[in-house]
Design a protein around this ligand. Structure first.
Ligand code: PGA
Length: 290
């Protein structure tokens, strides 16, 4: 975590009642400044996947998570990526304390795509963030790098923000292919994205072998991969983009692993699956100590 509060960020935060409340949360669809992103503000996010099972449970969980964000919490962006049907209820329950994002988006804007949800639909209800490239979407739903690139471009063209997930499989990890797999995914998934648009992109490095398995990558391993990803971004864009893009770690993050992960220079936050469904655990992760 390398968090240098810039002048613009300091000014924005000074207007907030508590450290984690961003003005942008109360201004729907307000563009976020490059300066704020350039500071690599910590970013703690949760991915609910196909959970919970009812709107009531979603509201209870969303409310408990909002209660865990206080004026004593670290200066961070917090986001929950939730099932489409729970987005508006979760927004109502979040008390303006965190972003509520979508778990995906269709690269097409309209037409005969049964079951799909467009960036325009999400934007119209105040959604700013969406996931793209999660390994479960790649593996179970067969989403290709080309499809993921379409999602990224559509979100960015709509003025929205995207959390792009990348990461290697166990077999690739065992064959020492981590760096090359991440480089290929970054290059394919971010093709056609401009330097300016990169201020609205966050990367989540999630080794597939660590997702939902209880096997968290060591902080040193994650740090090394994040550093490699930054070098790829420098090659694709420039040093400024490489230095200002937030790179999160995901894969079995828990209250036990959060502090050490956040202490790594190139780890700017986390994407949390299982532990984001337990408000006690997720609130401890939000209130990390580094
Ligand atoms: P996990 O999931 O924390 O349950 O491993 C992470 C993710 O899939 O984003």
């Amino acid at each position: 975590m390398k968090f240098v509060t810039s002048a613009v960020a300091a000014l924005s935060l000074a207007t907030c009642t508590t450290s984690a409340f961003l003005p942008s949360l109360t201004q729907r669809n307000a563009p976020q400044t490059t300066e704020l992103f350039a500071s690599r503000k910590p970013f703690i996010s949760g991915n609910w996947k196909l959970n919970p099972q009812t709107r009531e449970e979603a509201i209870t969980l969303a409310t408990e998570i909002s209660e865990g964000i206080t004026s004593a919490s670290p200066e961070s962006d917090v986001a929950l990526f939730v099932p489409y049907v729970f987005i508006e209820s979760t927004m109502n329950a979040c008390d303006g304390k965190y972003f509520v994002g979508a778990e995906g988006v269709c690269p097409e804007m309209k037409g005969a795509f049964t079951g799909a949800v467009s960036a325009s639909m999400l934007n119209s209800i105040g959604v700013q963030w969406a996931l793209a490239g999660h390994s479960e979407r790649r593996v179970i739903f067969g989403e290709s790098d080309e499809y993921i690139n379409g999602q990224v471009l559509k979100l960015l063209d709509m003025g929205m923000s995207c959390m792009l997930c990348i990461g290697e499989s166990l077999a690739e990890y065992e064959q020492n292919l981590v760096g090359s797999v991440c480089a290929v995914q970054l290059k394919k998934d971010l093709a056609g994205v401009s330097k300016e648009q990169m201020s609205r992109v966050a990367i989540a490095y999630e080794p597939v072998w660590a997702i939902g398995t209880g096997k968290v990558a060591t902080p040193e391993t994650a740090q090394n991969v994040h550093k490699t990803c930054r070098a790829v971004l420098a090659e694709m864009f420039d040093d400024d983009v490489a230095d200002s893009t937030r790179i999160l770690y995901g894969g079995s993050v828990t209250p036990d692993s959060i502090d050490e992960l956040m202490a790594q220079e190139d780890i700017d936050g986390v994407l949390v699956g299982g532990a984001s469904l337990d408000s006690t655990k997720f609130n401890r992760i939000i209130n990390f100590q580094a």
